[in-house]
Design a binder for this molecule. Structure first.
Ligand SMILES: *Cc1c(COP(=O)(O)O)cnc(C)c1O
Length: 443
């Protein structure tokens, strides 16, 4: 087999077909991962991979253009191209510039805009893979009637859109009143069954695992390692955009912790196949209100204790019992990893600072930018290290967060309040003059 499911537990070396409906190692209960026949992939030279991926990125073919499916030999090598369900995900901009560098006092700073995507978050990267595989399995006669997920908002938006596009039913379990309005509107609009449960995300996650024990409802959460195969392309894309070089550091916001293991998986493939010559370090950024990995890191990962996550503007990472914690800790150990946390004020100010450079920073990316500032203060990230921050969502999905920051009554550092003015040229000229005098030469 060119790719298969295998337990993350080395005790069980059995291979399971990707067409099997299976999410956990039946013997140990551990999560599975997708393994690839690396010997087969090594028959293609590093330069040939670089050339192929570069050519596809610029192609007019819809499947080749996708950031995921343009790298399909590394993702799902066996999936027939006609079964691919793509909405043009991936191939997102790598943002950098002199204002960003000036504001964060950091020369080599890149922000990977994964939120510039069909449903506005990086969750599209994994969902295209999962829904494509389900589409393929249904065509082959699998008894799947719907796809289900628990969500803090973005997973459900991605599932709803990709499932609707493929003509597959979807079922969404959300924690009631704990996600943004834009995120709630997405699966409603796409016609999913939306169930708002009186619990938190961790409560929804427990129920959806029970629900999907029946094989007719397929599980779309990132504990299903098909999602990881799509999300792992993010680091590969960054390398490609930096001329097949990697930065010294990646900083990534973490909640359920699938994404950090995905980043690591892609980076390892790049390195093993000789496409890059060095590996970066990885920093996971958590909100202080939902920081179980940070607490474990502080004890050198000697133990991990789930917590009850508290309220945070970074609502998509409000998770106290992350399902992929084992994978994440393994990844962090392999990549000289660190974990940092950000308070609500720190994440909001870091987001607002990024906005001043022309970004529109969502609260989760705000957590990552705040972590950058704190890791620099501690001397862990050096001034001349190159850094890529993974921006996980589009700021427009969190307009309420921005409005609150810039409200008249807010005590925030970079507050910018709209000026109510009567419609007269004199009043406008006066306001412009005051703006120019007060702003020129300041940031
Ligand atoms: C899902 C999500 C994350 C966290 O990813 P995990 O795999 O759960 O760690 C971060 N930011 C946003 C915007 C998300 O939707």
């Amino acid at each position: 087999m060119p790719a298969w499911f295998q337990s993350i537990n080395p005790q069980n070396t059995k291979q399971y077909s990707l067409d099997e409906i299976i999410y956990r190692d039946p013997e140990t209960g551990d999560l599975l991962e997708v393994r690839h026949d690396m010997a087969a992939l090594k028959k293609t030279s590093a330069q040939a991979w670089r050339d192929l991926f570069g050519k596809r990125w610029r192609s007019q073919n819809k499947v080749d253009q996708s950031g995921i499916w343009g790298k399909r030999e590394w993702v799902l090598p066996d999936l027939p191209v006609e079964d691919v369900v793509t909405l043009g995900e991936g191939a997102t901009p790598l943002f950098s510039g002199k204002e960003l560098s000036r504001l964060f006092a950091h020369d080599e700073l890149h922000v990977k805009l994964c939120g510039n995507s069909h449903t506005g978050s990086f969750k599209d990267l994994g969902m295209t893979v999962l829904v494509s595989q389900v589409n393929h399995m249904i065509k082959k006669g699998a008894p799947i009637r719907a796809i289900a997920c628990a969500s803090t908002g973005d997973t459900s938006a991605a599932l709803a859109a990709y499932a609707a596009y493929a003509g597959i039913l979807s079922v969404i379990l959300l924690p009631k009143n704990k996600i943004s309005l834009a995120q709630l509107m997405q699966p409603i609009a796409n016609g999913s069954l939306v169930l708002a449960l009186e619990t938190d995300f961790d409560g929804c996650m427990e129920i959806v695992q029970q629900l999907t024990l029946e094989k007719d409802i397929y599980l779309a959460n990132s504990m299903n390692s098909l999602r990881i195969e799509g999300q792992k392309t993010v680091g590969i894309e960054v390398a490609q955009q930096l001329g097949w070089n990697l930065p010294d550091w990646f900083i990534i916001p973490g909640g359920n912790l699938g994404n950090v293991s995905a980043l690591g998986a892609g980076l390892k493939m790049l390195y093993e196949l000789g496409v890059v010559n060095s590996l970066p370090r990885i920093a996971v950024a958590q909100a202080e209100a939902a920081n179980p990995l940070y607490l474990s890191y502080k004890k050198n990962f000697a133990e991990f204790t789930a917590i009850t996550a508290q309220e945070t503007a970074a609502s998509a990472i409000r998770i106290g019992n992350p399902v992929s914690v084992k994978k994440a800790i393994t990844t962090l150990k392999e990549f000289g990893g660190v974990v940092e946390q950000a308070s609500e004020a720190e994440l909001a100010d870091a987001a607002a600072l990024g906005d001043r450079a022309g970004l529109l920073v969502d609260p989760h990316t705000g957590v990552a930018l705040a972590a950058l500032q704190k890791l620099k203060q501690q001397g862990i990230i050096k001034a001349n290290d190159s850094v890529a921050v993974i921006s996980t969502a589009h700021g427009l999905k969190f307009a309420d967060f921005k409005v609150a920051y810039h409200k008249e009554s807010s005590q925030t550092k970079l507050k910018n309040v709209p000026v109510d003015l009567k419609a007269s040229l004199a009043a406008v000229k006066d306001a412009v003059a005051r703006f120019l005098d007060n702003t020129t030469g300041k940031s």
